[in-house]
Write a protein that binds this ligand. Sequence first.
Ligand code: HEC
Ligand code: HEC
Ligand code: HEC
Ligand code: HEC
Ligand code: HEC
Ligand code: HEC
Ligand code: HEC
Ligand code: HEC
Ligand code: HEC
Ligand code: HEC
Ligand code: HEC
Ligand code: HEC
Ligand code: HEC
Length: 451
Amino acid sequence: MRCKCPLVRMSSLCWFVVLCCFLFISDVSAETCSTSDCHADFQQWKYSHSPVEEEDCSSCHEQIQDQHPLEKGSSFQLVESGSKLCYQCHDAFGRKLTVHSPIHDGDCIDCHNPHGSNVGRFLLLVDHDLTELCTNCHDSELFTNAVIHGPVASGACTQCHDPHESNFPLLLKKTKEKTCISCHVEIGEGMEKSPVVHTAVKDSSCTSCHNPHSSPAAKLLQKDIESLCLDCHGNVGRKAKKAKVKHAALYREEKCSACHATHFSTVPGLLKQSEQDICLTCHGKDDFKKSKPLKNIATEIKDKKVLHGPLQDGECSGCHNPHGSDHTRLLRGAYPKSFYAPYRKGSYNFCLKCHDKNLLRFPETSIYTEFRNGKQNLHHLHVSNKYKGRSCRACHEPHAADLEKLMSEDGTKFGDWNIPLRFIKTDTGGSCSPGCHQSYEYDREEPVDYE
Ligand code: HEC
Ligand code: HEC
Ligand code: HEC
Ligand code: HEC
Ligand code: HEC
Ligand code: HEC
Ligand code: HEC
Ligand code: HEC
Ligand code: HEC
Ligand code: HEC
Ligand code: HEC
Ligand code: HEC
Ligand code: HEC
């Protein structure tokens, strides 16, 4: 701030002129400008501009006509035009990278009343809510969509923007990232501490997904969440759309965020919780879908003695594609839907992705499976039997079982009936008394003679 006294800055000639004016000519400056008759309102500001308060009108106004008041025209003019008037006392703006257009044009009085204000500080014509002021020039639609950001709703534009000038783009007081996490500290901390941070959040700014002011979409998203994610993850969307079996989870209200966190996560795949937990938030309920309920997988695996390999690691997506699949039950490969389904090349690709296909290929083997009587391959007998080959579900549970080798206890559905297996394992073989045939035993070392 420079000295605001106009006298100090005057040449001696001016000094003389002013003095003459003061003593002989003026009938204004002999008194103060604001009396109860003249410019009375200048004494009544709730918040006065300091020079006005001090009755230092001449720091901005100079008399150019002897007569005052005049009937027509003005007996005063401003001592300087535009912002120069203000820069007499205030530091000049214009040194930073972005300068607000009205500042550049010297229009200080578009926002400030040079004399005072009755509503708020900073000589503004508005109180804390700046929206009205700013929308004199800016499109108000930016700030009036259905969902409005907290600080915008209260007109706190200057929490993020400097009204005059800034070294950051768009008059921001900080970088875009720091702007957001200065209030949303939990997100800043999460990004620092979490092992998995969404590349989109790390590498692009928050505003690539959020509108900082207001938005028609929930959570200030730039668009509805699905289109937003698919803008960058088009391949997931295309595959999901093409998939013959769609996963209803993708099409519910939360869309992708039913399973995914959006900013950061403690688990791989940017999931909200561990994979198993996230699947079981829906698939761990009984009344999950009333018309044709899916099994409650939580009860299916709870306290079971044997968990299928991938489930021991809490994995579901090794077997199911969460985004959609061409195969029944979202499986990651072919698996027949029906009870009878003789093995053909490719038809059991799902199981054979992880298990040796030779299990089904040879009528006789001494290495590829334990399910044999001597050398006779009983998997081949049951599954590869051309006429009545049975699918694996006739004997095995997909997720978990109390019996060894995932053998099914309740058996699989055969029409209205669950075929029991009554499997008993021995060291060298086993026995079943299923609903399909009489009781049989098998033994790898001392083959049973079925004749
Ligand atoms: C900081 C500079 C500044 C000071 C100090 C100042 N004025 Fe002004 N004044 C202005 C500016 C700028 C305008 C022009 C406003 C516009 O064009 O809208 C103005 C306009 C006016 C006007 C005409 C328009 C109106 O608002 O009624 C009057 C009268 C006036 N001033 C009186 C005074 C009086 C009396 C004082 C001292 C008590 C004073 N001013 C002090 C800057 C100042
Ligand atoms: C004669 C000197 C002088 C001139 C000319 C002047 N100001 Fe000031 N202004 C001051 C002083 C002194 C303060 C009080 C500073 C403080 O409190 O730190 C002030 C304060 C302000 C404030 C802050 C008010 C508040 O409530 O905190 C604003 C805004 C302001 N001036 C705007 C302007 C504008 C706009 C102009 C030009 C139209 C202008 N000033 C011209 C001397 C001046
Ligand atoms: C677009 C509206 C706008 C314009 C134009 C504008 N200001 Fe301001 N000014 C503000 C707002 C809003 C504040 C209050 C800042 C805050 O809330 O932190 C402010 C605060 C101030 C302050 C006091 C606080 C500070 O930052 O020192 C001064 C002095 C000031 N302005 C001077 C000026 C001058 C001089 C000009 C013209 C060169 C000008 N302003 C033009 C909106 C504006
Ligand atoms: C007197 C008119 C006017 C007022 C009042 C005004 N602005 Fe502006 N503002 C402009 C103009 C003109 C531009 C330049 C627009 C452009 O380049 O498209 C601008 C640009 C901006 C920009 C973008 C800067 C950039 O680099 O593109 C921001 C942010 C902004 N204004 C914020 C505000 C805020 C916040 C307020 C209220 C405190 C406000 N404006 C009040 C006229 C105004
Ligand atoms: C929470 C911080 C924040 C608040 C509060 C805020 N803005 Fe912004 N504003 C931003 C950010 C960030 C951008 C840059 C957006 C982008 O990346 O495109 C921006 C951009 C702008 C722009 C220029 C780009 C555009 O969208 O046209 C204007 C003008 C603007 N803001 C005005 C305002 C006004 C007026 C207010 C108060 C009603 C306000 N802002 C409140 C953060 C904020
Ligand atoms: C000045 C502090 C402040 C800044 C800066 C800020 N926010 Fe906010 N934000 C808030 C407040 C307050 C809320 C409302 C919190 C609530 O209701 O629980 C909020 C809410 C949100 C919401 C949730 C909206 C909803 O409808 O649930 C999102 C998304 C958001 N902010 C994003 C951002 C982004 C992006 C930025 C940076 C451009 C940002 N915020 C900067 C204060 C801030
Ligand atoms: C890839 C897009 C994307 C980016 C980038 C992004 N967000 Fe979000 N954000 C979202 C989505 C989607 C939601 C809604 C999530 C939900 O409902 O589970 C959200 C929600 C929020 C919420 C509201 C949280 C709540 O529980 O209500 C805040 C606050 C937020 N984001 C702030 C930020 C901040 C700050 C940044 C930058 C560091 C950021 N976001 C970057 C997509 C994004
Ligand atoms: C601005 C672009 C962009 C947007 C929008 C976006 N992402 Fe991403 N996302 C990326 C990039 C880049 C990666 C890292 C590269 C990759 O793995 O494909 C990524 C990675 C991911 C990952 C894998 C994380 C991992 O560690 O394996 C998931 C899951 C993900 N995004 C989900 C989402 C969801 C859900 C949304 C919508 C809320 C979304 N993304 C929106 C760009 C984006
Ligand atoms: C039912 C839960 C669920 C939903 C809903 C879901 N995902 Fe995923 N997503 C997962 C799981 C589990 C993984 C990790 C397993 C994997 O790699 O396939 C994953 C992985 C990803 C990956 C990284 C690996 C890849 O396939 O590229 C991206 C990107 C991704 N999802 C995006 C999305 C998008 C976009 C949506 C919304 C259209 C979405 N997800 C909806 C569960 C889900
Ligand atoms: C937000 C809830 C939700 C989450 C989380 C969820 N699902 Fe689903 N899932 C559904 C709904 C709804 C259906 C359709 C139910 C129906 O049609 O009976 C479904 C169907 C399925 C189906 C049967 C598909 C068919 O058409 O036969 C499988 C398999 C499945 N989900 C696996 C998973 C896996 C694995 C996960 C974890 C990666 C998971 N789901 C997470 C809601 C969810
Ligand atoms: C080792 C592979 C595998 C793993 C791991 C796996 N599943 Fe499955 N899942 C299957 C198979 C195979 C079926 C089809 C069973 C059938 O049709 O006989 C199935 C069926 C389902 C069904 C449909 C149930 C019904 O009512 O028919 C759901 C739901 C399901 N799985 C969810 C899950 C969830 C949740 C997880 C993780 C906790 C998971 N699966 C892990 C292989 C697996
Ligand atoms: C994603 C890989 C994967 C898929 C697909 C898969 N399994 Fe498994 N399965 C495993 C793993 C891993 C084990 C544990 C192996 C171990 O413990 O030696 C296992 C174990 C088994 C066992 C018990 C073996 C034992 O020694 O206890 C049976 C039976 C079985 N699977 C049947 C099936 C059937 C039937 C299918 C198809 C419906 C199938 N599996 C699909 C990975 C898979
Ligand atoms: C008729 C009942 C039955 C059918 C159908 C059946 N299995 Fe088995 N499976 C068994 C029995 C019994 C064992 C246990 C053998 C032992 O350890 O004594 C077994 C064991 C296994 C094992 C453990 C490794 C081995 O071979 O000993 C795997 C893997 C396996 N079956 C996969 C499958 C697959 C894949 C299918 C469908 C293509 C299938 N099974 C169909 C009864 C069956």
